[in-house]
Design a protein around this ligand. Structure first.
Ligand code: MG
Length: 199
């Protein structure tokens, strides 16, 4: 399956989502940035196990780094009619194949726009959308406030050493610590932080 998530990190994501779902029963899980659904399956499985749902937010047009001419571009994902990237068909096939259509709800649109109209507290928020400065920080600002007390915030592609990868996810991770989230797990470039109960 196309994607950018090592199996070890996927399993860590699954564990964290299960922990969060147990800590905040009944609250939904949210994923920002689904691409073709690889991480969505790990999170969706945790949601199903805890009888909740996963909202998978993505405009399905790809991030800046996935556009033509960039390293992460995949021409097989271009819609021949529109000429734009369209990962929604691949995403739907992934979710159908995993038997998760009753658990995973695709929200197709700009994450910041969705967040601005969202008020339901979330047990778990996974930020893995656009990795440029503006989208990464907008995702943090839009969604971190929606993590329920006792719930978890996960950030992917956190690289403390600039030689390993781009800065924005690492900056988002530092902001979360500064805002009072506590780090509870790390695996590869995945960081998991808890919103403390007293906030
Ligand atoms: Mg990622």
């Amino acid at each position: 399956m196309p994607g950018f998530l090592p199996a070890e990190e996927g399993l860590a994501l699954h564990r964290a989502a299960g922990t969060a779902a147990a800590a905040v029963p009944g609250a939904p899980l949210v994923e920002i940035g689904s691409w073709c659904g690889k991480s969505t399956v790990y999170l969706g499985a945790a949601a199903a196990e805890h009888r909740t749902v996963l909202f998978a937010v993505d405009h399905h047009r790809g991030s800046e780094e996935q556009q033509p001419g960039w390293d992460w571009h995949d021409p097989s994902l271009v819609d021949p009619v529109t000429g734009t990237l369209d990962t929604l068909p691949a995403f739907r096939r992934t979710i159908w194949s995993a038997g998760l259509e009753a658990t995973v709800v695709a929200v197709v649109g700009d994450s910041a726009t969705v967040a601005s109209h969202w008020s339901t507290p979330c047990a778990f928020v996974f930020i893995d959308g656009g990795h440029g400065h503006d989208p990464a920080h907008a995702d943090y600002e839009g969604w971190s406030r929606l993590v329920a007390p006792g719930g978890l915030l996960a950030v992917h592609d956190v690289f403390p050493d600039p030689a390993d990868g781009g800065r924005p996810p690492y900056e988002v991770y530092l902001r979360a610590l500064d805002d009072g989230f506590e780090e509870v797990a790390a695996c590869g470039s995945l960081r998991v932080l808890r919103r403390v109960l007293s906030r």
